[in-house]
Design a binder for this molecule. Structure first.
Ligand SMILES: Cc1cc2nc3c(=O)[nH]c(=O)nc-3n(C[C@H](O)[C@H](O)[C@H](O)COP(=O)(O)O)c2cc1C
Length: 265
């Protein structure tokens, strides 16, 4: 089984996040052969932040000035049967280099490609912020096609206490089994209402960007997605799709008439 790891910490494999990922990999190896491919977001030369030129959307990912530097990360995700995305919690969310990694791959929201590939999400913290860090990662990578099969947020200092350590170990055992089984089973989960809204919003974005550059729209044309309800052959639940259609209608109307309301919290 090819397992890709995207490790979002400057402390590398020796840090708290790296150690938790290592514990998970050890357990996965007890269940199957694991071929590991790891990339550290701190080592990817992606500039201080995404240059925000949008060339990846309009001219293709190779047009990004950081394209070559991101190639190892892309290779890890492309080859993997399962990807572990792991980040320390920094100021109640994911680390800055993990966010920079996500930003680099923003074109995958327009041209998703990882349907059928399961993901496991890991965060470590002193004590708080797993919900925001993992919640964000889960949403972001779903837009790229991955589906999350397990999440684990671990408080580093807690690991010194035997009862907490035992709970983490139990969770790691469970997650290792879930992850290995997800790859063996293959396939895609049934799309949720949120997935179907995401599909329609992506379609709207790609459609409205057609005149800015042909790359996104050509990708959708090739796959017949403009005439579809979802990216894959997975069964689309009728009620969820009706709700998604309604939301899309409201969004389109809001854009066309300027009737959308500014966000006020
Ligand atoms: C800049 C910075 C911000 C942090 N913010 C939080 C936080 O918001 N909540 C928390 O519980 N821990 C926070 N921490 C602690 C780390 O999440 C924790 O030590 C983590 O396990 C480190 O993992 P690593 O060794 O893999 O880098 C922060 C650490 C740093 C360096």
């Amino acid at each position: 089984m090819k397992v890709g790891v995207v490790l979002g910490t400057g402390h590398g494999e020796k840090g708290t996040t790296g150690a938790v990922v290592d514990d998970l990999l050890t357990r996965m190896r007890q269940r199957t052969d694991v071929e590991l491919d790891l990339v550290r977001t701190d080592e990817l030369t992606l500039g201080p932040s995404c240059p925000a030129c949008l060339a990846c959307m309009t001219a293709g990912e190779q047009a990004c000035p950081n394209s070559d530097n991101a190639a190892p990360a892309r290779a890890v995700m492309d080859a993997a049967d399962l990807v572990i995305f792991a980040t320390p919690v920094h100021s109640f969310t994911l680390s800055a280099t993990m966010k920079r990694f996500v930003d680099h791959f923003a074109y995958l929201i327009h041209r998703p490609r990882y349907f059928g590939t399961p993901a496991v999400l890991v965060s470590t913290a002193a004590g708080a912020g797993h919900d925001a860090a993992l919640g964000y990662l889960k949403t972001a990578i779903r837009r790229w096609g991955f589906h999350t099969v397990a999440e684990l947020g671990v408080n580093g200092p807690g690991l010194e206490k035997a009862p907490y350590r035992a709970k983490v170990d139990r969770a790691l055992d469970e997650i290792a089994s879930t992850a290995v089984q997800a790859v063996r089973d293959g396939g895609e989960p049934t799309p949720t209402t949120s997935d179907l809204i995401g599909f329609r919003v992506a379609r709207l974005l790609v459609e409205s960007g057609r005149d800015d550059g042909p790359v996104d729209a050509a990708y959708w044309d090739e796959r017949g997605w403009f005439d579809a309800d979802w990216f894959t052959d997975a069964k689309v639940p009728r009620v969820a799709n009706t709700v998604a259609g309604f939301v899309e209608g409201r969004i389109r109307k809001g854009i066309a008439n300027g009737s959308a309301k500014p966000y006020r919290g």
